[in-house]
Design a protein around this ligand. Structure first.
Ligand code: G6P
Length: 362
């Protein structure tokens, strides 16, 4: 069955490996033959009529929202902001005149997110829940709902739900952008791009042994690690760090690479792993300089780099895809590094200490 781990030692590895198929499934489900989104017209009209999009989520879903903001703004021209649910719930920012809310939640049951939705419903404001669980509380209580189609996610550390959320946000952004006649949305060849993403994911998950070796060499004994990047790569760096923290208990942080020098670089010691995520042409050189600054202070630097920006000594080279979709590939080596660090430390990868798959208390 879909929730059987078969020959896999842990669900997490199975779920990492399922990601190429989830991409294909989303494409088949939500894009027509010509590559146009097939989403509910009322949903599209409602977002189109809004003057600001508020994206709300917790944990990994919040991180997927950070990518969604960039996709929505670039393809629809509607300003978007992203909020941690537990903060928004009791410190509601000043809302625009016509807000539209997007709730991201793998489980659809997170109490922090639900509390925001309760407030949104009291104000009779429109909302969409993007979730992996049909009929979940958040999907029932919001105006619209879209399913991630990722299949059950069992491992506590979220992997395929994150990439499914990002792909579905891209589909949504293209749909609204096309409805608004935005050229960037019309030109965005998402169907072809998602096929490239699926292929690219497959090529990365096929390199497990290499990633396992790097985990053993640099991460198993590390007491801290940093992921750095700029823009969309920064959003992936905090998700990458969260994966490592959650299951391997290595203290990890994701940082905006330009901000390191303003304090955090003081933490770099001999051998501290620092991984640069580099997928955007306009900031590649800057992140490389920031990585070199950490190397000069003793860091063991590694990199996750898009092929067209890569140099021979880069650690993980990921295939080229559209700049709004690079998180779908750059996160995969980080998921696998976290997995193998946890595995080689002899930890229970799927059931890390102190954590729950779905948190139904505030
Ligand atoms: C828990 C899980 C995380 C997840 C977060 C939000 O803390 O351990 O992996 O990202 O909840 O869950 P949701 O179901 O709302 O996406």
């Amino acid at each position: 069955s879909a929730s059987d781990k078969g020959t896999y030692p842990y669900y997490m590895l199975k779920e990492i490996d399922e990601q190429p198929n989830v991409m294909r499934k989303l494409s088949a489900e939500y894009l027509d033959q010509a590559g146009h989104p097939t989403l509910d017209q009322d949903l599209i009209d409602s977002i189109k009529g809004s003057d600001r999009i508020y994206i709300v989520g917790a944990g990994t879903s919040y991180h997927a929202g950070l990518v969604g903001k960039m996709q929505l703004e670039k393809l629809t021209g509607i300003p978007a902001e992203v909020h941690v649910a537990s903060e928004f719930a009791y410190e509601e920012p000043l809302l625009s005149e016509k807000p539209f809310f997007i709730f991201l939640s793998q489980s659809g049951e997170t109490a922090d997110s639900r509390q925001v939705l309760v407030n949104v419903n009291k104000q009779k404001l429109p909302s969409l829940t993007i979730t992996n669980v049909a009929n979940s509380t958040l999907s029932r209580e919001s105006t619209f709902t879209l399913l991630l189609q990722a299949g059950p996610e069992i491992s506590v550390a979220s992997t395929k739900a994150y990439t499914a959320q990002i792909a579905l946000e891209a589909i949504l952004a293209k749909a609204v952008g096309e409805a608004k006649g935005k050229q960037a949305a019309l030109d965005f060849d998402l169907k072809n791009q998602l096929a490239l993403v699926a292929q690219g994911m497959q090529s990365i998950v096929d390199e497990k042994n290499e990633i396992n070796q790097i985990a053993q060499e640099y991460f198993v004994k590390a007491n801290q690690a940093f992921y750095i990047g700029r823009g969309i790569d920064y959003t992936v760096s905090i998700e990458a760090a969260l994966k490592l923290k959650e299951i391997s208990y290595v203290h990890a942080e994701g940082f905006a690479s330009g901000e390191l020098k303003h304090g955090t670089i003081a933490l770099i010691e001999q051998g501290t792993p620092v991984i640069g995520i580099i997928t955007q042409a306009k900031t590649a050189g800057l992140t490389r300089s920031n990585l070199e600054e950490t190397a000069a202070r003793g860091a063991k630097t590694l990199s996750i780099v898009k092929k067209s920006l890569a140099r021979p000594d880069d650690t993980f080279i990921i295939p080229d895809v559209d700049e709004l979709l690079t998180p779908l590939l750059s996160v995969i080596p980080a998921q696998l590094l976290a997995y193998y660090t946890s595995l080689n430390k002899g930890l229970n990868v799927d059931l890390p200490r102190n954590l729950a798959k779905s948190v139904t208390v505030e």
